[in-house]
Design a protein around this ligand. Structure first.
Ligand SMILES: [Zn+2]
Length: 477
């Protein structure tokens, strides 16, 4: 009898025995970010941390069942957001305040962050592992580990290098801790060692990113193998006609940093810029604008942030790291304030030129510590809104936060689109982000590695984060 039944079951058409998924998202508008198009009335099935099927709702409903389902009717499904420039830091005492930000990223639809170094690199490396193991709740974490700097830099917690041998040792350490990329800053790093570090990173199979020292040109950094340019300022610098001359004058001590910056701001040339950007595009160098922090810092004189609602997510120790930038801004003369506003507008204006030249723009906020009022999680939505304000289409802005990151890490086979086989990192929105980029804030649900966080759960994450900060604010540990 049993045998006959088995034979009968095996003979039934496949569609009758529906496959089992963990989660079904039904009747959603799936956003195909790559082609800037919307696929209506789709269903997505996930199992474990992967998407297992995507298709018209009718087809998927026929062949899949699931324990849980989400109603996507009238809603929009996008791949999880990536913030490709964040920082964890502020000193060893602030590990808990930094850790408390991880759920805040999730509540903002950010399923992956790239940590661009701070002063708690070894904590962050542990978190990366714990998140991967599923013992810590947070976005998938990529980190540079400790950054490479010169001797006695302003930035703490770095690998200090004063010679090529030091750089070799630093790279060996980054390979040992399995850093996801190399971050280089230049407060005291010798320019020739910057170029050497970029070359050695590349030679060891690591992508390099960082701040480009004033005495060298952006082209020199690119030729050495720099993979991503952090901050739009450097993309602007690449468009300055006599950039090489300014670099040489600065290197020889004929001008100081303020004079160099004034000349860089004055001598921008669109034709030079477009040529430089086309070279960047051809070489696959991407730009992370971090426009939100530039805007906030440029307008600190005018904008009162003391009643910002998102301060409720910033612990007292992190809040204190904001003071450095606030006090520095407060010292500016009226002329310097005007110059700062102008510099921001000039720098922001290169964004559509980069897009036009075919340079990949990678969304990143620079949120974390130090960067006052650039709120972790929330800031990415402001960053994307600025891209559109400065001339990108909503689809281009969305691509910068869903596809550019995976592309940079060589992971487009796993992330960046809603297809069978891809990571089940998804965000369900109430409004259409292809029409209006602000829709990325209308988050109905987040699916993180296949686990559904509905609106109630996301609100719970936010409430928990606020409660922690409120407790720390009263001075209770
Ligand atoms: Zn940064």
């Amino acid at each position: 009898m049993k045998t006959i039944l088995a034979v009968l079951l095996a003979a039934l058409p496949l569609a009758v025995s529906a496959a089992q998924a963990d989660l079904l998202i039904r009747h959603a508008n799936v956003i195909d970010v790559e082609h800037a198009r919307l696929l209506p009335d789709q269903a997505v099935a996930t199992s474990g941390d992967r998407i297992v099927a995507v298709g018209t709702d009718a087809d998927i409903a026929k062949s899949w069942t699931a324990k849980k389902s989400v109603d996507g009717q009238g809603r929009y499904l996008i791949p999880g957001l990536w913030d490709m420039h964040v920082h964890f830091g502020g000193g060893p005492d602030l590990a808990d305040e930094n850790k408390a930000l991880l759920p805040v990223y999730i509540a903002n639809g950010i399923t992956t962050v790239r940590d661009c170094a701070g002063d708690m690199a070894y904590d962050v490396l542990e978190w990366r592992q714990e998140i991967a193991d599923g013992t810590l709740f947070g976005p998938t974490l990529f980190t540079s580990g400790p950054k490479i700097e010169g001797i006695k830099p302003v930035w703490r917690g770095t690998l200090e290098t004063g010679s090529e041998a030091d750089v070799d040792r630093a790279i060996a350490e980054l390979l040992r801790v399995k850093a996801d990329f190399v971050k280089i800053t230049d407060s005291t790093l010798k320019p020739e060692l910057f170029l050497y570090a970029v070359r050695q990173a590349r030679a060891n199979g690591l992508r390099a990113s960082g701040h480009i020292p004033m005495p060298i040109t952006v082209r020199q950094a690119i030729d050495a193998g720099l993979s991503s340019i952090e901050h739009l300022d450097y993309a602007h610098k690449a468009g300055v006609k006599d950039e090489a001359e300014i670099a040489a004058d600065f290197a020889a001590g004929r001008i100081d940093r303020a004079q160099a910056n004034a000349r860089l701001d004055a001598d921008f040339d669109p034709a030079t810029a477009m040529e430089a950007y086309r070279t960047m595009a051809a070489k696959g160098v991407v730009v992370t604008p971090t426009l939100n922090v530039s805007r906030i810092l440029a307008y600190l004189d005018r904008d009162d942030h003391s009643k910002d609602e998102y301060l409720a997510y910033i612990g007292p120790g992190l809040r204190k790291t904001y003071d450095w930038r606030i006090q520095r801004a407060a010292k500016a003369t009226p002329e310097q304030v005007i110059q700062r506003h102008a510099a921001y507008e000039h720098i922001a204006a290169v964004l559509p030129m980069l897009e036009q030249a075919g340079v990949t723009i990678m969304a990143g906020t620079d949120a974390g510590f130090l960067n006052a009022f650039d709120y972790p999680g929330f800031g990415l939505h402001d960053e994307l809104a600025l891209y559109v304000e400065k001339g990108l289409t909503p689809a281009q802005a969305l691509a910068s936060a869903t596809r550019a990151g995976p592309a940079w890490f060589g992971l487009l086979d796993r992330y960046g689109s809603i297809e069978a086989g891809k990571q089940a990192d998804l965000v369900l929105l109430d409004r259409n982000p292809l029409v209006e980029i602000g829709a990325t804030k209308s988050i109905r649900a987040v699916i993180l590695r296949g686990a559904l966080q509905d609106r109630t759960m996301l609100d719970g994450l936010l409430a928990d984060a606020r409660a922690k900060v409120a407790k720390w604010n009263t001075g209770t540990p």
